[in-house]
Design a protein around this ligand. Structure first.
Ligand SMILES: [Zn+2]
Length: 283
């Protein structure tokens, strides 16, 4: 998860130009020309409601236009080339789930249900294949998917993990944990985690990280020195330094490495366990 700046695309100008492109007779012309004002009003409403799925009103468009806009998305005509640029603008961390994959564009309001926003830049979020795994989940009751262009709460640390200490260490059990359970947006944060982050494979990835870590902590925690560490407190400072570096490197505390390191620091018994492990390797 990552807060992104709004795309700089002038959607009004681009969509208006596209509506006048009479070479698009097989796709959006003349439907977009006939229904242009409805589409532009929909864009204004989407932006005025900050992409909040509870408040943005669906736009009633003809099936012919719905079909035409989806085809425009699939094969962008000259006025909509910004779609390819947005896809290629992928940041190094997925704004939707926090993994290190990117390369696709996610329709935050799914184009199957909201074809009116199929080519609207503010509805197109660079993402990894969590995009496909989310399917058409957008909202349910008082819960909704968070929007990387609008939801400022994404700049805060929202997701952590709990690594449970049991007698079978190092076979740990790992669960997602919410870093700030009292935020007003907590129901939507949980919905976003259930529909976007967990289907993307966070838990399996964390388990893989843990498996490598317990073999030799200094190979995974790059801030650790290859020598004996005098105290648990000092060891914990190295872990905090690693967490802070991941937060800065990916410009979001909700990338998967930060989720892992925050979990290491906040799960009972884990810092002690790793400290002991490290000093066994470097006596
Ligand atoms: Zn993703």
């Amino acid at each position: 998860m990552k807060k992104l700046p709004l795309p700089a695309t002038d959607d009004r100008q681009k969509t208006t130009a596209n509506s006048n492109n009479d070479l698009l007779g097989e796709t959006s012309y003349p439907y977009l020309k006939n229904e242009l004002q409805d589409i532009l009003n929909g864009y204004v409403d989407y932006d005025a409601n900050n992409g909040n799925a509870f408040n943005v009103a669906p736009v009633n468009i003809t099936d012919a236009l719905a079909d035409g806009l989806k085809k425009n998305y699939k094969s962008p005509p000259k006025d909509l080339k910004f779609i390819n640029d947005l896809r290629e603008s992928s940041p190094i961390v997925c704004p939707m789930c926090g993994s290190l994959g990117t390369g696709t564009l996610d329709h935050l309001f799914p184009k199957e249900d909201y074809p009116e926003f199929a080519v609207y830049s503010k509805n197109l979020v660079p993402a990894c294949d969590c995009n496909i795994k989310r399917r058409t989940n957008l909202k349910d009751g008082n819960r909704r998917v968070l929007h990387p262009y609008y939801d400022n709460v994404l700049s805060q640390r929202l997701i952590s993990c709990d690594i449970s200490q049991d007698p079978a260490f190092p076979m740990a059990k790992i669960k997602i944990k919410y870093a700030q359970p009292n935020l007003p947006e907590i129901d939507s944060i949980k919905f976003h985690a259930e529909k976007v982050i967990l289907p993307s494979g966070l838990i399996g990835w964390l388990e893989g990280q843990w498996d490598s870590l317990v073999k030799d902590p200094s190979l995974s925690i790059h801030t650790l020195p290859d020598e004996n560490i005098a105290s648990v407190a000092e060891f914990e400072r190295y872990l905090n330094s690693a967490l802070s570096k991941y937060d800065r490197k990916f410009e979001t505390p909700n990338n998967w490495y930060s989720i892992f390191f925050h979990g290491l620091l906040n799960s009972r018994g884990v810092v002690n366990f790793l400290y002991t492990k490290h000093n066994l390797i470097y006596p």
